[in-house]
Design a binder for this molecule. Sequence first.
Ligand code: 13P
Ligand code: SF4
Length: 313
Amino acid sequence: MQGNHKVVTALPPDTADLRERILDLKETRDAIILAHNYQPGEIQDLADFVGDSLELSRSAARAEGRVIVFCGVDFMAETAAILSPHKTVLLPAGDACCPMAAMITAEDVRMLRGRHPDAAVVAYVNTSAVVKAESDICCTSANAVRVVNSVSEDQVLFLPDRNLGLYVARFTEKEILSWDGYCYVHDQYTREDVIAAQQQHPEAELLVHPECRPEVIDLADHVYSTSGMIRQACGGKNKEYIIGTEVGLLYRLRKLCPEKQCYSLSARAVCANMKKTTLDMLYRSLQSLSPRVTVGEPTASRARAAIERMLAI
Ligand code: 13P
Ligand code: SF4
């Protein structure tokens, strides 16, 4: 006699079943799934919207439903929580962070303001909420030049990415004082990587992210945000492209324009934190409504002002 016996298993359900369960739970929770262009392929495939930081900020600001599931890293989910304070914002890989964002603190920004009282503070969205709250305006890699040129001050404290600051300085009359932060994924590309890739693919156009070092940017045909690269590669006349950004973008490009040949500038370009999200985490997050990301007041209101000033441009 078996009695009231149930078999429980630690084995994960197969992926197709898990996908179905995530989609069902998404409906039940009235949730929307946002994913950054660097997320693993199976996460991109399930998302309602995949994009760059600027597009994701805009999607978070106008999202319907009660829950935003953010498949990305901490600062992106914080931005969504700031822009949609009445929604539940979930970061399935709760410890996914951006090491560059962690390179500057709110205290650092206050110290900089004390030293340069006449400068505008422009914060890359790759910053924590408390750093945004100390800033005048945010920017992303897609709009950094426009944002810097939009401020009335002649001097700009640009933080935290020195490479993006150096890139912006090429297109403005303003004096740019950059914080010495960097993205370890993009900062590692070298001239030698470019020369080797171009020798292998002599017909390919080189597209790089503005977080790359100046000597790499000097060799590029175009410098774009991740979604800008997609527009150029899928819409451009060339058949081949060398992609100077995190390898996750290659998945997106192969899906959106399989007729184009896209090669990674370097197989080393992997953002470990962007790769933390799994289908299992996504399911559990929707089930438990955690890990939840919240930003308290007055930080949220002050950071929102800097983000909304950017979105208005
Ligand atoms: P994008 O805004 O171009 O998507 O870049 C975000 C990022 O984290 C780059 O490393
Ligand atoms: Fe941060 Fe670089 Fe990863 Fe983007 S790729 S999230 S900037 S560490």
